[in-house]
Ligand binder design. Structure first.
Ligand code: ADP
Length: 611
């Protein structure tokens, strides 16, 4: 029995068996590159084992040279697949070094076939028989080919490439991987290189056994890949368990969940999520199909939210309507986040719930609030009108009488100019009195009971935002509140300030409606103006206020709206002045369209702030 044949055949068959096991893994999962490279590497080593056997059993120098030449092709494939395996498995190693090794190995195939008899010999004079494992095997006697240096330098660089990649994996904490695959590959490669150098340069008399050394690397890789498979199986089990738990929790909370692979465009949706969108259990889901279920008014906004993350933010939440088959609408709230790979959004996960009940309550509240506000305005206007009519009647009557007298005087052929001047003086005096009546009205408003309390600007703006949100959502206006960090509290009357802010924000939204522009933003900001004053601004993306009207808009009864009363800004100014602050409008700037209404409030004393 020939031990050499038995051992080398076993090496080859072990490698081929492992290749046959791992190649189909890659066929099933085209992302499993390590399995493909491992299968190629094992097949290459099997080929090398046959070539080595051919060399040992060669009868003529030509037979030996042919087997040696073929062996170099097997070594080339071994090198390429080792490079591929190390890169894909460790996700490390310098690519340029790997490509240099592959390049040198590829180039070395040229002298292998075109110079001498093979890469290692310019000529093989004869074969020498030496004893090996109890039998006689062939060794060449010939002249070394200097081109073999190319292959040997490539082998040394390959060792450096593998060691470097393994070191990176080690540093990342993947020590078992680095040690078993990196360590064994470096060790066996060094042994193989050492043997080849000694034999081909004539320093040692033994057959080439590189495939036996490489079997160690193949086995170490096979061991690690099987461990991966085992770990993956365990992970699948754990994943199933945690998925069960998550599904249970989501179902209990009536949450529908989905995952969207943004690269492949595929969607997975839980049964509850399907039910929320009226999709059957078997219907394929994609973004278009989902969006078709969304109310046309919300479709564009929600489509954008789900397909492209806002720069700098990986989370999103939105509320939108879904059309029901019976023609009704269902309100859904969705919260989710994007997951990025190499800076690109790769996946998005979201959870959605039915908020129709909440929305209906909000809308009911909004309707009630409008009604109350309307009733309030009507009653204030009624009182004002009654008071005005009463107070102003007298100066108006006097003006009328004076005007009538003047008109009679003017009919005289030579009107008495002195008399006329006196009448005009009287008219002016009455007009001033009428003005004073209006001023008194305003100060009456100013004297309204004001309950000054220390207030947190954050809380104040947050409350107003909560009040306005449904109205803003219905009018498709994005309302943002930005409060400077560590902003001290202010002194003010919560209800009055809310009233002012509500008025300014709804003016902003009216202005946006009027302009009909695409950008529909109202931004409310709070910042410290100086040590004593906090400044709150309400800025919108409407058409702005012309420069010559920035003061006029505060006049009582000034309005440009069909159904406007023109009292909002005038009352707001009175209220802010009653707090000791100032309210003013800023005209449109060329670079920032829209209007900004700003007001100041006094900073609360330190003791107040602490409380
Ligand atoms: P009303 O809202 O009833 O008209 P206001 O006193 O609140 O009364 O506003 C007076 C006028 O000021 C409005 O009619 C409008 O012309 C103008 N105005 C107020 N706010 C804005 C704004 N944000 N952008 C443009 N114009 C505005």
């Amino acid at each position: 029995m020939s031990w050499v044949t038995v051992i080398w055949a076993m090496v080859a068959s072990a490698c081929l068996t492992l290749a046959a096991v791992h190649f189909p893994v890659w066929l099933k999962d085209r992302a499993a590159w390590p399995s493909l490279f491992f299968a190629l590497l094992a097949a290459a080593n099997a080929g090398l084992a046959f070539c080595e056997l051919g060399m040992m059993h060669a009868q003529t120098p030509a037979d030996y040279a042919a087997a040696l030449r073929a062996g170099h092709v097997a070594v080339w494939l071994l090198t390429v697949s080792l490079f591929g395996f190390v890169r894909s498995y460790f996700k490390a190693g310098r690519p340029w070094l790997g490509w240099l090794v592959v390049g040198m190995r590829t180039v070395s195939l040229v002298p292998n076939y075109l110079t001498g008899v093979a890469l290692n010999y310019t000529q093989i004079a004869t074969l020498q028989a030496i004893p090996f494992l109890g039998e006689s095997v062939s060794l060449p006697v010939g002249t070394a080919n200097p081109w073999m240096l190319l292959g040997q330098v490539a082998n040394c660089l390959l060792v450096v490439f593998i060691a470097d990649a393994a070191l990176s994996a080690w540093r990342r904490g993947e020590r078992a991987k680095a040690l078993s695959i990196g360590g064994s590959a470096v060790l066996f490669a060094l042994a193989g290189i050492g043997q080849a150098v000694l034999i081909f340069w004539g320093a040692a008399k033994m057959p080439i056994t590189i495939s036996v050394f490489s079997l160690g690397v193949v086995l170490a890789m096979a061991y690690q890949l099987s461990r991966n498979v085992l770990n993956a199986a365990r992970l699948v089990q754990d994943l199933r368990e945690s998925e069960e738990r998550m599904t249970l929790a989501a179902e209990a909370a009536h949450l529908g969940i989905w995952v969207r692979d943004m690269a492949l465009g595929t969607f997975w949706a839980s049964p509850r999520a399907r039910a929320l969108f009226d999709l059957s259990a078997t219907e394929a889901v994609d973004l278009d199909r989902l969006l078709r279920k969304v109310h046309p008014d919300d479709r564009q906004a929600i489509g954008q939210t789900l397909s492209s993350p806002v720069p700098g933010a990986d989370r999103y939440n939105a509320e939108f309507r879904v059309l029901e088959p019976d023609g009704g609408v269902r309100w859904l709230s969705v919260q989710g986040r994007f997951e990025f790979e190499e800076g690109r959004p790769r996946r998005t996960r979201g959870a959605c719930s039915d908020i129709t009940g909440r929305k209906e309550r909000e809308q009911e509240m909004l309707r009630l609030r409008h009604e109350i506000a309307h009733a309030g305005r009507v009653s204030v206007m009624g009182q004002l009108a009654a008071a005005l009519a009463h107070e102003i009647n007298q100066p108006l009557g006097a003006i009328l009488r004076n005007a009538e007298a003047a008109s009679i005087l003017l009919q005289a052929p030579q009107p008495d100019v002195e008399e006329l001047r006196a009448i005009v003086e009287d008219i002016l005096g009455d007009d001033r009195r009428a003005g004073a009546v209006i001023d008194r009205m305003r100060s009456m408003l100013r004297r309204h009971d004001i309950d000054m309390q220390p207030l947190s600007v954050d809380d104040l703006l947050g409350e107003v935002k909560a009040l306005v949100r449904p109205d803003a959502a219905a009018r498709h206006v994005r309302l943002a509140v930005q409060v400077e960090e560590a902003l001290p509290g202010v002194r003010g009357d919560r209800v009055h300030l809310q009233q002012v802010l509500l008025n300014l924000i709804s003016n902003g939204m009216d202005a946006i409606d009027e302009s009909g522009g695409k950008v529909r933003d109202v931004v409310v900001t709070g910042k410290l103006r100086d040590a004593r004053w906090v400044e709150i601004a309400v800025c919108d993306s409407g058409p702005g206020i012309p420069a010559d009207r920035v003061e006029q808009v505060f006049d009582s009864f000034f309005t440009t709206k069909l159904a406007g009363m023109g009292m909002g800004l005038s009352i707001s100014r009175s209220l802010i002045e009653a707090h000791g602050g100032r309210l003013w409008a800023e005209s449109r700037q060329p670079d920032t369209p829209g209007a900004c209404l700003r007001f100041t409030l006094p900073v609360a004393a330190k003791a107040d702030n602490r409380s």
